[in-house]
Design a protein around this ligand. Structure first.
Ligand code: RP5
Length: 167
C-alpha cells in the first residue's frame, strides 16, 4: 500500500444473512485486489431493521464512501440503505434456491425515482467490488489517481487474457 492509502474502511460490505457470504465474498476479494479497506457485516433489513437504519444513517459520518449491499429473496436491504444514506449504494441480487434470483434482482433494481441503487447482475458480487473501486477512483486525490492507474492495468490484463483465449 502507498502512503496515501487510507487505513479506515472506505467500503461497507453488508448482507442480509451470513448465508449470503459465499456470493458476497467475491466483492471482498475484488476490494482486496485493489487494496481498498472495507468492513463486512450482516445487517438484515427485516430482522434487524433499526440496526440497519442506524448503519445507513451513520455510514458517511464513519468515513465510508460506498456501500455494497447483497440480499436474496425479498431483497430490501440495498434500497432501504439508499433511502437513508447520501452514499452510493451498489446492490447485489443474491440467488436463492427458488426463482433463480429473479426475485432478488427485481426487488433491488425497481427503485422509485429519487432513491437510486446501482444493481449488478444476479450473483455479480465481483462487479460490485470493482464498481466500488471505480467509484473511489473518480475523486481528485492522489489515492484516486493511483486507483485509476491500477484499473487501467487491470483492464489491460483482461484484454490480454481475452486475446490469449482467442488465439
Ligand atoms: C435474505 O434472506 C438474506 O439476504 C438471504 O439471502 C435470505 C436467506 O436468509 P437466511 O435464511 O440465510 O437467514 O434476507
Amino acid at each position: 500500500m502507498s502512503e496515501q492509502t487510507p487505513q479506515a474502511p472506505l467500503v461497507g460490505l453488508v448482507m442480509g444473512s451470513d448465508s449470503d457470504w459465499p456470493t458476497m465474498k467475491a466483492a471482498a476479494e475484488a476490494l482486496d485486489e485493489f487494496g481498498i479497506p472495507f468492513e463486512a457485516d450482516v445487517v438484515s433489513a427485516h430482522r434487524m431493521a433499526s440496526e440497519m437504519i442506524d448503519y445507513g444513517k451513520s455510514a458517511h459520518e464513519r468515513g465510508l464512501r460506498v456501500i455494497i449491499a447483497g440480499a436474496g429473496g425479498a431483497a430490501h436491504l440495498p434500497g432501504m440503505l439508499a433511502s437513508v444514506t447520501p452514499l452510493p449504494v451498489i446492490g447485489v441480487p443474491v440467488p436463492l434456491k427458488h426463482l433463480d434470483g429473479m426475485d432478488s434482482l427485481l426487488s433491488i433494481v425497481q427503485m422509485p425515482a429519487g432513491v437510486p441503487v446501482a444493481a449488478v447482475s444476479v450473483g455479480g458480487a465481483r462487479n460490485a467490488g470493482l464498481l466500488a473501486v471505480r467509484t473511489l477512483a473518480s475523486g481528485d486525490s492522489e489515492f484516486a489517481a493511483g486507483l485509476r492507474e491500477k484499473l487501467l492495468t487491470f483492464q489491460e490484463e483482461l484484454a490480454a487474457q481475452a486475446h490469449a483465449k482467442g488465439s
